[in-house]
Design a protein around this ligand. Structure first.
Ligand SMILES: NC(=O)c1ccc[n+]([C@@H]2O[C@H](COP(=O)([O-])OP(=O)(O)OC[C@H]3O[C@@H](n4cnc5c(N)ncnc54)[C@H](O)[C@@H]3O)[C@@H](O)[C@H]2O)c1
Length: 237
């Protein structure tokens, strides 16, 4: 596969390393000062850049008629704009707030636990995320996805930062040096607490998940997320 990397930071470099190990070619490496106006010739583009540059990067891929995988977080207020462009041009797009297989299993576990806790009013719920100090957006896209998974179950209306409201899920963000990502969902009562925790040990899982998604999307048409990849009966990690 010929891959265009849109955003050559820590994740872009990890994507390059694992792509080469899996026998792919990197034909574009685009970062903030790039003057490239189209990425024609690429089979797929993988975007891990910044919240401010994600839309521009994704549009560059779609307008070049190249399917795009995006893992950049903090730009989702513009998701509809990308969805419309992808539909109009009939070029596929896949977004995931977290490409790690473990986190996607964690998303499922989170929903199962929310289902069990739905009828129980003794417990106060909060989500805590901890990342390295250079992470720009807060709360993390993964924490938002966890909150959205719980909202789907029906007991909570929305999420907010450090909230104390009854029907709102409180998300707390911590920034500590050298942490790749820790997400904790905690139900706490006067008597005890129940917690589920996911800890990323390095960036490899995110990069591998994004590349596997890129290999998967090549012969698909539409707008997808990581669930579509994992739930594909042909999927093997
Ligand atoms: N979805 C996931 O699984 C997952 C995993 C890890 C990180 N992330 C997200 O991915 C993004 C990147 O993470 P990172 O750790 O690589 O950050 P990073 O800061 O190391 O890299 C970001 C890169 O984007 C570049 N950039 C800035 N403006 C640009 C532009 N206009 N065009 C192209 N590139 C531009 C920067 O120069 C930098 O090299 C963040 O939003 C982070 O939250 C997502």
């Amino acid at each position: 596969m010929k891959i265009a990397i849109l955003g050559y930071g820590k994740m872009g470099k990890e994507i390059e390393k694992i792509s080469l190990e899996r026998g792919h070619d990197i034909i574009f490496k685009i970062d903030k000062d790039s003057k490239v106006e189209n990425i024609k010739g690429a089979d797929v583009a993988i975007n891990f850049s910044t919240p401010d540059s994600a839309v521009k990067n994704i549009e560059l891929g779609l307008k070049s008629l190249v399917p795009v995988i995006s893992g950049t977080t903090g730009w989702l207020t513009n998701f509809n704009r990308i969805k419309k462009l992808s539909e109009k041009l009939k070029v596929s797009f896949l977004y995931s707030s977290n490409f790690s297989l473990g986190v996607n299993l964690f998303f499922e576990l989170n929903k199962k636990l929310a289902e069990i806790m739905k009828k129980n009013d003794q417990y106060k719920l909060n989500i805590e995320e901890t990342h390295h100090i250079k992470k720009i957006d807060k709360p993390s896209g993964t924490a938002i996805s966890l909150a959205e998974g719980i909202i789907e179950i029906g007991k909570y209306n929305d999420w907010s930062i450090n909230s104390n409201k009854n029907k709102s899920i409180s998300i707390e963000s911590k920034r500590i040096d050298k942490v790749h990502g820790i997400h904790k969902v905690k139900y706490s009562s006067m008597i005890d607490s129940i917690e589920i925790i996911h800890t990323a040990k390095n960036r490899k899982g995110f990069a591998l998940g994004a590349i596997i998604s890129a290999e998967w999307i090549i012969d698909k048409k539409g707008i997808f997320d990581m669930k579509d990849v994992i739930n594909d009966p042909k999927f093997k990690f």
